[in-house]
Design a protein around this ligand. Structure first.
Ligand SMILES: Nc1ncnc2c1ncn2[C@@H]1O[C@H](COP(=O)(O)OP(=O)(O)OP(=O)(O)O)[C@@H](O)[C@H]1O
Ligand SMILES: [Mg+2]
Length: 230
């Protein structure tokens, strides 16, 4: 009897991030780039954000990660309002073409940037997570393949132990095998991390993501479930 009744317990999804009525218009512009955006992100879900060029995807990531302040709206994290500064702390953002912004002269130095004290164990753990375990830490990041460079950029963010990972066009400019490399990376982070991915290639992440949000001219056009991603 007990087992039978368990069947009827609804599966509750824990809401981590919640955006309410987010509206943004830059001082330099005369139109709203984001207009009344409302959605939430569940614990450990992978949410895709799609939309044509200029629809506001990157701006939305900038707002979530606290780099841009909206004129209107509220963002909560685990049901508590969270400031832009706090959002910068909890977010691990990988912007488009992250390899252009590597600062370290070696892979090891790139991973250590911003960390005064760091155990080698942490580096090993993070490299394992992104599938770069056997990499030579003494080589310059530029010597890595395109897919490996994207993995390194994600690893750099994971070093900060972010609560939410934001990826802006992680497959842009990569060939097919490298795109698959990135897809497998996302797959390996699935169920362990809350992830938002902005992409022009939703089909690549089909079966991995749980929902797709489609932006059009700064508004949410659609937010739909991807059943295969569960
Ligand atoms: N600081 C700014 N001042 C004026 N306009 C801006 C500013 N930042 C962004 N925009 C405009 O806002 C719109 C949305 O830009 P955003 O970069 O968020 O789009 P996107 O969906 O990421 O596009 P893409 O797919 O090309 O990366 C664009 O029309 C852009 O020109
Ligand atoms: Mg963009």
């Amino acid at each position: 009897m007990v087992i039978k009744s368990l069947k009827f317990i609804p599966t509750t999804k824990l809401i981590m991030l919640d955006l309410k009525e987010i509206t943004y218009q830059p001082q330099t512009g005369n139109k709203k780039i984001l207009d009344d955006i409302n959605f939430d992100v569940y614990e450990n879900e992978i949410l895709l954000i799609c939309g044509s060029s200029g629809s506001g995807k990157t701006t939305l990531l900038e707002i979530i990660s606290g780099l841009t302040i909206p004129q209107k709206g509220r963002i909560t994290w685990k049901n508590k309002t969270i400031s832009a500064r706090q959002r910068r702390w909890i977010s691990g953002v990988v912007f488009q073409f992250p390899e252009r912004y590597f600062l370290g002269t070696t892979v090891g130095k790139e991973l250590k940037i911003g960390h005064k004290t760091l155990r080698e164990k942490n580096i090993d753990m993070v490299l394992k997570k992104v599938g770069l375990s056997n990499i030579n830490l003494k080589q310059p990041p530029e010597q890595l393949s395109g897919g490996q460079q994207r993995r390194l950029a994600v690893a750099v963010q994971l070093m900060r132990n972010p609560s939410i990972i934001l990826l802006d066009e992680p497959t842009a400019g990569l060939d097919w095998s490298m795109k698959n490399d990135v897809k497998n990376l996302v797959l390996s982070l699935k169920n362990k991390n809350t992830i938002i991915i902005v992409t022009h290639e939703p089909s690549l992440f089909m079966g991995i993501a749980s929902r797709i949000l489609i932006l059009e001219k700064g508004k949410i056009k659609k937010l739909r479930n991807e059943n295969h991603g569960r």
